[in-house]
Design a protein around this ligand. Structure first.
Ligand SMILES: Cc1ncc(COP(=O)(O)O)c(C=O)c1O
Length: 361
């Protein structure tokens, strides 16, 4: 079966399973904010319409300054990108022909980007039997022969977060071995305030490279906004490699406005804490494994029927719910499904179908 590479493709899944075209489906496969985009965004994009008749300003100064201020870093440590995806590919280009470790199961694009730039990749795995902890000792053994490590924090698809102390140890050790640590923080805005971003370490560790995306929090995959934060010397090289006018002028115009709307992020966090705790508690009580996620998605496995994940996926689909398969996540091999946290009503719908599965299976 040719599974789609990413979530958020309910129509492809419907075709794959020969579902009726008109069938209503709830998409739990994409891990975007179900509240967003912010209500004012449509109007603001209309207002920025005139910007499309001009080339974007090459340095995207207004957006870059807003983002740097927002992060509390100097502007020369930041590069605006065409979504998190461009950030990943630009950083991979920086390490062209070098040696990388990728910590799986994780977002597929690190591997694709590494292959694209002829990076020699070794796979390492979060400890699935130990709530997806970082295999720190094993990684330390490999550091001498590694130029760069790609790590996702919070991790997609598990939603788990590598401990800050462990990352600090890794950065310290990496300093000695000349290893850079690339941390993709695409979902960092969803984290509870008690778990901060790693941006505070940028001035201490020149081997730390952070990747960001505004896509997930603001539900704007079509606008393509991301950024990289790193040592100024790295940013200078990456800037040189970036395609001119990579960020469109409407996206550039909208960044400062998005950052001003702190209420939107606060509302999201309030919704998420409430719903994620409820969903996870309910599913655990029904004997499902739920990864200890700190963000807006988790992976699930039926503890009673470990081998029946494909069946479960199709059961949910027949009941109008599409989830994210995990066949192309190394280390998961289709044995789990990834599910997004959505609105209260939608989560209730999901839970009622999973209760039905439990009663019937
Ligand atoms: C971990 C992670 N990083 C980056 C991206 C890409 O983000 P963007 O849509 O901003 O390119 C995604 C998208 O799914 C993701 O899950």
């Amino acid at each position: 079966m040719k599974w789609p590479n990413h979530g958020g493709q309910p129509e492809t899944i419907k075709q794959l399973f020969k579902m009726e075209k008109g069938m209503e489906i709830l998409d739990f496969s994409a891990n975007l904010n179900p509240l967003g985009p912010p209500s004012w965004l449509k109007e603001a994009l209309r207002d920025s319409y005139d910007t499309i008749t001009r080339y974007p300003e090459p340095a995207y100064s207004s957006s870059s300054v807003s983002l740097a201020n927002h992060e509390g870093i100097e502007e020369n440590r930041l590069l605006l990108t065409n979504g998190g995806a461009e950030a990943i590919f630009l950083v991979a280009k920086y390490f062209e022909n070098k040696k990388a470790l990728i910590v799986h199961p994780t977002f597929l694009e690190y591997e694709r980007a590494c292959h694209h730039y002829h990076i020699d990749v070794e796979d390492v795995f979060f400890e699935s039997e130990n709530e997806f902890q970082l295999p720190l000792k094993y990684i330390f053994e490999k550091l001498n022969k590694t130029d760069v490590i790609f790590l996702c924090r919070p991790n997609n698809p598990t939603g788990t977060v590598v401990k800050e102390e462990e990352l600090q140890l890794l950065l310290e050790e990496g300093k000695k071995t000349g290893t850079s640590i690339v941390v993709d923080e695409a979902f960092v805005e969803f984290l509870p305030s008690s778990i901060p971003s790693l941006s505070k370490w940028l001035s201490t560790y020149s081997n730390l490279i952070l990747l960001r995306s505004l896509t997930k929090m603001y539900t704007i995959p079509g606008l393509r906004i991301g950024y990289i934060m790193a040592h100024p010397n790295i940013i200078t090289v990456l800037k040189d490699e970036q395609i001119p006018w990579s960020i469109n002028s409407m996206a550039d115009a909208i960044v400062p406005k998005l950052l001003e709307d702190t209420t939107f992020v606060d509302d999201t966090k309030t919704w998420l804490i409430d719903q994620s705790q409820y969903v996870s508690k309910t599913l655990t009580a029904l004997d499902f494994y739920v990864s200890p996620s700190e963000v807006n998605f988790y992976i699930l496995q039926d503890k009673v029927h470990l081998q029946r994940t494909n069946e479960l996926f199709q059961f949910l689909l027949r009941h109008g719910i599409v989830t994210r398969h995990t066949h192309n996540f190394k280390g998961l091999n289709g044995e789990f499904i990834r599910i997004a946290i959505r609105s209260k009503e939608e989560n209730e719908q999901l839970l009622s179908v999973l209760r039905k599965w439990r009663n019937e299976s």
